[in-house]
Design a protein around this ligand. Sequence first.
Ligand code: EPU
Length: 421
Amino acid sequence: MDKLIITGGMPLHGEIRISGAKNAALPILAAALLSEAPVIIGNIPHLHDITTTMELLGRMGVQLLVDEKMNIEIDSSTISSYDAPYELVKTMRASILVLGPLLARYGEAHVSLPGGCAIGSRPVDIHLNGLTKMGADISVENGYIHAKVNRLKGCRLVLEQVTVTGTENLLMAATLADGITTIENAAREPEVTDLAHFLNKMGAKITGIGSSVLVVEGVDKLGVDSIHYDILPDRIETGTYLVAGAITGGKVKLKNTRPHILDAVLDKLTEAGADISTGEDWIQLDMHGNKPKAVSLRTAPYPAFPTDMQAQFIALNCVAEGVGIITETIFENRFMHVQELQRMGADIRLESNTAICTGIDRLTAAPVMATDLRASASLVLAGLIAQGNTLVDRIYHIDRGYDHIEEKLTQLGATIRRVPK
Ligand code: EPU
């Protein structure tokens, strides 16, 4: 297993390009299953989760062609199996996203039930209840979801809880259903919006995009003509590098991103003392050499503060001036990074779903272990300001979601290297 070694202490300075959004690319690759003609997807990030999705589609018999710019052409006309096996679903829960498209287009799907994961129990009952309401016959046997239907029927769905992949699965399913489906209490995350735009480009009839009520008029076919679609930039990657700039008292400019989908994060960075400037597709953060101030926040569905940035802001609070109180409301067990940060000297107290952190002058390097993707990112951030060499183990989590992280951080002046094993 590869490790990262980070020598802390350098303020970051420089410019980097942000990659395409992992959490938009995954549903959009799954949505390509709905298309009659081949589709070409651009701005695909170079990530392990993308490779897993390609393997998943490939095993179903779908043909995939990748060019040197990471544009992927997907031709699902050769599909021969409707299965998502356990061995792939267990490494990437987002595999559940093939359920809606398979059922809508081919009337059949067999998808391994994702188990719990490092950040919480993460059930998929809302996905299954919605599809059942649309007429699917669903059973769970031997750890697999078996779903069948002649044609899904449009209906009114009121989601019990805001769920990102749940909304995406039901949205994809509804595009080919008979009649109109309304999805109320839908997730409004920019990645859901990106998927909806992609579906409409293939000929779907979705309105209410970006709101919590999505209305889908089912059509008979999608993607009759081949289309090209570029994935939106990754707001969580953007936010992570902004925190890297802030935590080190540096100045960073991130290009090929979208400031308006990061409002809640930019507000908190401003509160932390960052001087933020933005253009249409770039964000610059300048700390003018100062230490950050501690910030308090609560995670919640978009447009509120994202749970996927919680761990990074805890790392920021570790070395900030004052006390920051961070409450996690989306996942019940998303504080695994706290114990590792404490091993680096952080003063953090956990009270149920709240982390109370009193900033200290400096963290000290330690060997630490990544437990999930965003937790790993917070450990890398901590390593950037710790005294000594921090060794982050199990970084396959990072490779799932951060495109060339050590190259990008090196470009910003960090001392970081990958040690292969
Ligand atoms: N939930 C249910 N039942 C369901 C679905 C969800 O109870 O059927 C609960 C979950 O247990 C959780 C809450 O609803 O408490 C929200 O979960 P959601 O379904 O929105 O999460 P997700 O779709 O599984 C996506 C992202 C996550 C991100 C969350 C929240 C993808 C592929 N994953 O997960 O991204 O944290 O939304 O924004 O889009 C990451 O990138 O590191 C990551 C974990």
